[in-house]
Design a protein around this ligand. Structure first.
Ligand SMILES: Cc1cc2nc3c(=O)[nH]c(=O)nc-3n(C[C@H](O)[C@H](O)[C@H](O)COP(=O)(O)O)c2cc1C
Length: 347
């Protein structure tokens, strides 16, 4: 059990590590570490992150530039728009829409079988779970995190897609880091040290530069230089710069930290989660409405993370009103009708 004092000077959060390891039935399970060690033997100068990357084989293309050149150019004319939903006449109890049974879409699924996967089944290489999860838990928002060490010398900038907002009062955000607190990524190291950061949202207009900051640069070499992005030092509550090019940024203080233990290798710490508290928002003037409570997606143009080395654009949206039990479902009476209908169909 580890205790970290919060940056906000409130009661320290007690941080517990996972203590109920699932003993893997698979001793022969090839872990990411084993693969990483193999890669290290071949390339001893590589950093741990670089070794892991070699193990993940994230880039599926032997000649990435050739594959990229064979694809259509970026469609600059594709701007954000709203369409109707698939079935605007959908009614409560209606279940999946027409796409479910349509043979013309890859989402058609009524006749498709599911496969159950035990993450620790014998012989399943550990990187497989990582690759499966990052390609299925999608799209993920990306927190583009700027940190600075406590003494103010070492600046860091890197993207993290184990990222989300988990509350709004107080504004709380979560970040997940691969690796342990003993051997932290530079961002985590700075966060533990200075207990503050800015989280910036990545737009289409600087996606290449943002991706460049994920380079496995040694501690002390700033990714700001690699990216060409502009640090701006006008934050009020934190010393870490925000990204000038970002439409939306948040100044954050470290709220709590928790470390996780591997199930495949009990005793080994393999992940850390930090909760950040947002203390100030920064938004580009042309992106926010007069009431300062809504950011326009057509200005923000956010990029999200998909599996492997893929990113997603958000160019199309639909709107569906939040249903109200009495008005839309018909209250208890309407609900009972739907229940009976579902019983009849065996749903
Ligand atoms: C889009 C994207 C999302 C990423 N998400 C995460 C993440 O959620 N957790 C993590 O540990 N690494 C993640 N990475 C990898 C880190 O950005 C990378 O290890 C980086 O070098 C860390 O920088 P640092 O050591 O300067 O903190 C991601 C990389 C990219 C390109």
């Amino acid at each position: 059990m580890t205790v970290f004092k919060t940056a906000l000077g409130r009661t320290p959060r007690i941080v517990t590590t996972a203590t109920t390891p699932r003993i893997s039935s698979s001793i022969s399970n090839t872990s990411a570490l084993v693969l990483a060690r193999l890669a290290y033997k071949q390339h001893p100068a590589m950093s741990v992150t670089t070794q892991q990357e070699a193990a993940y084989k994230r880039n599926p293309h032997s000649d990435f530039k050739a594959v990229e050149a064979s694809r259509p150019a970026w469609d600059a004319s594709s701007t954000f728009r709203y369409t109707q939903t698939v079935d605007p006449s959908w009614a409560f109890g209606g279940g999946a829409n027409a796409l479910h049974d349509s043979s013309s879409t890859s989402s058609s699924s009524s006749s498709k079988k599911h496969i159950a996967i035990d993450p620790y089944e014998p012989g399943r290489p550990a990187p497989f779970n990582y690759k499966l999860l990052i390609s299925s838990i999608v799209p993920r928002p990306i927190g583009f995190v700027s940190t600075i060490s406590a003494e103010g010398k070492t600046k860091n900038l890197a993207p993290f897609s184990y990222f989300n907002m988990i509350n709004h009062d107080p504004p709380l955000f979560v970040l997940g880091f691969a690796g342990s607190l003993d051997s932290p990524k530079d961002t985590l190291r700075n966060l533990l040290d200075s207990r503050e950061c800015t989280v910036n949202i990545i737009s289409e207009s600087f996606i290449e530069a943002a991706n460049a900051t994920s380079v496995d640069a040694p501690y002390g070499s700033s990714e700001w230089d690699v990216s060409g992005l502009t640090p701006i030092n006008d934050c009020v509550d934190v010393k870490a710069p925000r990204v000038r090019e970002a439409v939306f940024s948040v100044e954050c203080r470290l709220e709590s930290v928790r470390e996780f233990e591997s199930r495949a290798t009990p005793g080994k710490k393999t992940g850390a989660m930090v909760v950040l508290e947002g203390t100030r928002f920064w938004v580009r003037e042309d992106a926010v409405n007069e009431e300062r409570n809504m950011v326009a997606p057509e200005v923000l143009r956010p990029m999200s993370r998909l599996g492997g080395i893929s990113y997603g654009r958000t160019t199309e949206a639909i709107e569906i009103p939040r249903p109200v039990f009495e008005k839309d479902v018909g209250g208890a009476e309407g609900f009972e009708k739907l229940r009976k209908a579902a019983d009849g169909t065996g749903k």
